[in-house]
Design a protein around this ligand. Structure first.
Ligand SMILES: [Zn+2]
Length: 258
C-alpha cells in the first residue's frame, strides 16, 4: 500500500462540488517519478485451479466501507475466479436498473488495454462495482489521472489499483524501441523510465520484460500517489488505498506489489 503526503484542502465525496473538482484537477500536474525496488507479496493463497465462466446471479457483494474492505473484496474476487468458483455478482438486469441513476464503485483500476485483462471478470465483479481506466501499458496520463480522481473523490472508490500483466506488448515494444506507425510510440516515454532502471540494475545491461513490467507498475503507482493532491489527500484521510498488482495471463492470478 502506498501512502502519500497530502497538500490539498479536504472535502468528502459527499460535499465536493463540480467547481471544486475542476479546480483541483487544474492544480494536478505531472509529478516526479521515484523508482525503488520493492518486495512483492501475494494476497492470494490459491493457485490456478481451472477457470470457469461466471454465472449470471443476483449475488450481492458484502458491504464495503473502507479501503481494507475494498482490497479484501478484490482479493476474494480474484480467488473465486482462479478457483473456478466465480459467482458473477451484480450482473442481472435488476442490478443494471438499480444503479442506472447513480454509481458507487468500491474500487478503481488502471489496467492495460490488453484484451486478455478483462478487469471485471478476473476480479469476479459486475455492473457498478469497479471504475476501470485502461491504456496500453497501464500508464498514468493526465486524462487517466483526472478519471481516477473522479472515480475516487467523487464516486467514492476506496481502493485504487494499478494493474500490470505478464507478456505486456506495450512493455515489449518500449524495450525494442523500434519505429512504429502512427502515435503508438507515444506510449514509450511513459514506460522508458522503468526500462532504463531495470537495464541499469541488470548484470548485462539488458532489461528483462517481466522485470520492466513490474517496475512500470511500481512507477505508475508512485506517480499516482505523489503527483495528485486529490489522491494523496484521500490516502491521508484514510479513505483510499493505492496499490499496484501484476496479473499473470497464464494462471489468472493477481499478485499485489507491496
Ligand atoms: Zn499490456
Amino acid at each position: 500500500m502506498t501512502h502519500s503526503t497530502r497538500s490539498d484542502d479536504a472535502a468528502s465525496p459527499d460535499t465536493i462540488t463540480r467547481r471544486t473538482l475542476l479546480h483541483r484537477l487544474a492544480l494536478t500536474g505531472a509529478g516526479g517519478i521515484v523508482a525503488a525496488a520493492l518486495p512483492t507479496r501475494s494476497l492470494f493463497a490459491s493457485e490456478g485451479a481451472g477457470i470457469e465462466t461466471a454465472p449470471t446471479s443476483s449475488f450481492a457483494l458484502p458491504p464495503i466501507g473502507t479501503p481494507a474492505d475494498a482490497l479484501r473484496e478484490l482479493a476474494a474476487g480474484n480467488r473465486r475466479f482462479i478457483d473456478g468458483k466465480a459467482i458473477g455478482p451484480n450482473r442481472t438486469m435488476a442490478r443494471l436498473k438499480e444503479i442506472a441513476p447513480k454509481q458507487s464503485p468500491f474500487a478503481a483500476v488502471l489496467a492495460c488495454a490488453d484484451s486478455r485483462v478483462p478487469v471485471e471478470i478476473l476480479f469476479d465483479q459486475g455492473f457498478g462495482d469497479v471504475f476501470v481506466c485502461r491504456a496500453a501499458g497501464n500508464i498514468v496520463t493526465s486524462e487517466m489521472l483526472a478519471s481516477l480522481e473522479f472515480g475516487t473523490l467523487v464516486l467514492g472508490a476506496k481502493a485504487l489499483l494499478v494493474l500490470g500483466h505478464s507478456s505486456c506488448g506495450a512493455v515489449k515494444a518500449t524495450i525494442a524501441g523500434d519505429a512504429v506507425p502512427g502515435q503508438i510510440s507515444t506510449l514509450y516515454h511513459h514506460i522508458q523510465p522503468a526500462v532504463d532502471l531495470v537495464a541499469a540494475q541488470s548484470k548485462d545491461g539488458k532489461p528483462e520484460i517481466e522485470a520492466v513490467a513490474h517496475e512500470n507498475v511500481r512507477m505508475q503507482t508512485r506517480l499516482l500517489a505523489h503527483s495528485s493532491p486529490v489522491l494523496g489527500g484521500l490516502v491521508k484521510e484514510g479513505n483510499l488505498a493505492i496499490v499496484g498488482g501484476m496479473y499473470d495471463l497464464t494462471t489468472g492470478r493477481v499478485v499485489m506489489l507491496d
